[in-house]
Design a protein around this ligand. Structure first.
Ligand SMILES: Cc1cc2nc3c(=O)[nH]c(=O)nc-3n(C[C@H](O)[C@H](O)[C@H](O)COP(=O)(O)OP(=O)(O)OC[C@H]3O[C@@H](n4cnc5c(N)ncnc54)[C@H](O)[C@@H]3O)c2cc1C
Length: 431
């Protein structure tokens, strides 16, 4: 069958959010999820840390607090997460407040990379049991015909498909694809916000807050924040991206395994600065990609890493910096070049991140131990924020854009919520 009530492109949390909501409301609906990989590739599959409190993951331009909280309740009702307990936050919050830093109190659950894969398997089975259809290893490449508003005809790597509603949930990795779709059907968009920063790796004993609060969210002045903290069995990884001209660059990231795996005594977290380009308005993605390529140039095609001990002395790290007695742990990311982060990072971003790190070291003394490693770059390309024509993320007749790729989320739970919101729109339209 190549004719559906709804085709959802992308099997991340945004796509799942729409799919389950549509099938719950109408079990006879013909719903297809199209996924170019063999399995969902986003955050569900990597670490799967879930935040259930406003405003984490919710871009404030498209969400109000009340609205987000009511959708979050629906996400919780469906996913039934085990919310992690938090302890002893008072002392950290008081120290933070004295420095003008906020420690946000967020409800969290953590499945780990292995737990996330189990969740994907469970979701896939439930979706199929509810009558939903899957097509993995199949990519949407574009539209077939001019869209006439009733039936939408899309082209995939395998076939032509007709549908009444199309939901594009292609995630951050699909942002170029989304751009091409918006260009094709004439939807204006902007992409002027980007997060750029570093990943910090250190001994867990030097960041003991993680035993009290799994992913502590510190918000520093001037758009700097901690992000995606991993501990217990934590690793730094690198992800390969290509820019518009096909040139490759890496962004670092982090993940942890569930508690079933052996602990490695390390923790890692990102320290990110949000950069908003204004006059003259330029593409945040192009800017961030240029920085990614510059880091590749200096790192000989790999990300850079530098020990805090070297950074403080204003000298580059060398292979020896990763062997000496002061430097008391090995980096978990092997494909990285010891170097000088300050040579690669724009001064303004580096200055703000370094200030934030010094504040964090005052709140939790030990963070800036000489052995702590700074990895660069960690780049979060969020969205080509489309112009939405209604409150349900509809961009053109019966075409919806949701999730991280469309700027309606910045995390698993908000992506899921935006999927439910699009499903509400489809149901309200009666199409
Ligand atoms: C390594 C990593 C770890 C992360 N860890 C966390 C975390 O622990 N907690 C958290 O809240 N967030 C995390 N995130 C962010 C999180 O992944 C996203 O916020 C969330 O997954 C966004 O959901 P989405 O549905 O918009 O997109 P995604 O989850 O990215 O899903 C998009 C899907 O669309 C598919 N796709 C793209 N283009 C096409 C096409 N043309 N045709 C068919 N299929 C296509 C992709 O293969 C992908 O499976 C992480 C991200 C990464 C990269």
């Amino acid at each position: 069958m190549n004719n559906y009530d709804c085709v959802i492109v992308g099997s991340g949390p945004a796509g799942f959010g729409t799919a389950f909501e549509l099938l719950k409301a109408d079990p006879s609906a013909a719903v297809l999820i199209l996924e170019k990989a063999e399995v969902s590739t986003g955050g569900l599959r990597n670490d799967c840390k879930m935040n259930f409190s406003w405003p984490i993951g919710f871009p404030t331009g498209v969400w109000q607090q009340d609205q987000a909280e009511s959708y979050l309740e629906r996400v919780i009702h469906f996913l039934k997460p085990d919310i992690l307990a938090k302890h002893n936050l008072g002392i950290y919050s008081r120290r933070a407040a004295r420095l003008g830093v906020q420690l946000m109190d967020i409800r969290q659950a953590h499945l780990g990379t292995d737990g996330g894969l189990e969740l994907i398997r469970h979701l896939t089975k439930s979706y199929t049991d509810m009558g939903g259809e899957w097509a993995t290893g199949e990519e949407m490449t574009g539209f077939c015909d001019p869209i006439d508003g009733t039936d939408i005809r899309i082209q995939t790597t395998h076939r032509e498909i007709k549908c009444k509603n199309l939901v594009l949930a292609t995630g951050r990795g699909g942002f170029r694809f989304l751009q091409s779709v918006m260009d094709d059907i004439g939807i204006p968009y902007i992409d002027h916000i980007v997060d750029i920063g570093v990943r910090i790796e250190l001994k867990e004993e030097r960041y003991p807050i993680v035993q009290d609060y799994y992913d502590p969210k510190f918000v520093f002045p001037r758009g700097v924040r901690t992000f995606c903290t991993n501990s217990r069995s934590a690793y730094v990884v690198r992800e390969r991206y290509t820019n518009a001209d096909g040139q490759p660059y890496f962004s670092v990231n982090g993940h942890a395994w569930s508690e079933k795996r052996a602990q490695n005594g390390l923790a890692n977290f990102a320290m990110l600065k949000t950069v908003r380009l204004t006059e003259p308005l330029a593409s945040g993605q192009d800017f961030a990609e240029m920085l990614g390529l510059q880091a590749m140039l200096l790192g000989g095609g790999k990300p850079l890493m530098q020990r805090i001990g070297d950074f403080r002395l204003g000298k580059r790290s060398k292979t020896e910096s990763f062997n000496g007695d002061l430097y008391d742990f090995e980096p978990t990311l092997k494909g990285c070049t010891p170097g000088d982060v300050s040579l690669a990072m724009p001064a303004k971003i580096l200055r703000e991140i370094w200030k934030a790190l010094k504040s964090l070291d005052t709140i939790i003394p030990g963070v800036l131990h000489p052995s702590t490693i700074i990895y660069y770059p960690e780049i979060k390309l969020y969205a080509n924020k489309p112009t939405f024509r209604d409150d349900f993320f509809q961009v053109s007749d019966n075409i919806y854009m949701i999730g991280d790729g469309a700027g309606t989320s910045r995390g698993i739970t908000a992506a899921w919520a935006s999927g439910i919101r699009a499903a509400d729109g489809i149901r309200a339209s009666g199409n």
